[in-house]
Design a protein around this ligand. Structure first.
Ligand SMILES: CC(C)(COP(=O)(O)OP(=O)(O)OC[C@H]1O[C@@H](n2cnc3c(N)ncnc32)[C@H](O)[C@@H]1OP(=O)(O)O)[C@@H](O)C(=O)NCCC(=O)NCCS
Length: 179
């Protein structure tokens, strides 16, 4: 089942990214608070970011990963991103949002819509996500969209913007038909 190019929601829209979004993506991706718990080094260079944005197109067309930018309902500028990577019968979701828009329910609205679409795909049996053990806002978003804390992986993920030491990672998941 092909993913929707656009999801028009109550306060936001999700749409496929374009190369012209790179500058807006850099604005939030270069914010140390936004990149704090990321598993990628903080973005600082538009030239390096552009090929990553272009690669989203290739990965979408290959069915490897679907990535939407988040915009406000009536403005086209990217204020965040949400992705899902489908492997076999499981889909992993991830998201991030410009700091100016935190605390308004936007990540929850975006994530709920993507998770609802994933549950409409009959071949998928599992939706899951990970976050740093100290990333309480992210964990809360995952709970609010119906995922449950499944396990904690000790010293599993390097968060390069925090430390070179691997840190504990929470796994949130839900199986089709599960609690
Ligand atoms: C995580 C993030 C996406 C949340 O976006 P958001 O739009 O502000 O999230 P929402 O408003 O939908 O929900 C946030 C929830 O976390 C709660 N929360 C926020 N900060 C918290 C904290 N320090 N401790 C506990 N709960 C917290 C909020 O109260 C809210 O829950 P509630 O509705 O029950 O009150 C955003 O903070 C972000 O982009 N962070 C950086 C990137 C990141 O960590 N991405 C996730 C990687 S998996």
């Amino acid at each position: 089942m092909p993913p929707p190019d656009v999801l028009a929601l109550h306060t936001i829209r999700l749409r496929r990214p374009r190369l012209a979004d790179a500058e807006a993506i850099l604005e939030y991706g270069s914010d140390p608070e936004v990149a704090r718990y990321a598993d990628w080094p903080i973005r600082s260079d538009l030239t390096a970011l552009r090929p990553l944005v272009q690669d989203r197109e290739v990965r979408w067309d290959a069915g490897a990963e679907y990535y939407w930018v988040i915009t406000e309902r009536d403005r086209d500028r990217a204020i965040g991103g949400i992705s899902c990577r489908i492997t076999g019968d499981a889909a992993e979701v991830g998201f991030l949002l410009h700091r100016r828009f935190w605390g308004r329910g936007i990540a929850t609205e975006a994530c709920a819509a993507v998770v609802a679409w994933l549950w409409s795909v009959p071949t998928l049996r599992r939706v899951w996500a990970t976050c740093d053990a100290e990333n309480l806002a992210s964990a809360r978003v995952l709970e609010k969209v119906g995922l449950r804390h499944e396990r904690t992986l000790p010293r599993a993920t390097v968060r390069p913007n925090l430390s070179p030491e691997p840190r504990d990672t929470l796994v949130y998941a839900r199986e089709r038909g599960g609690e």
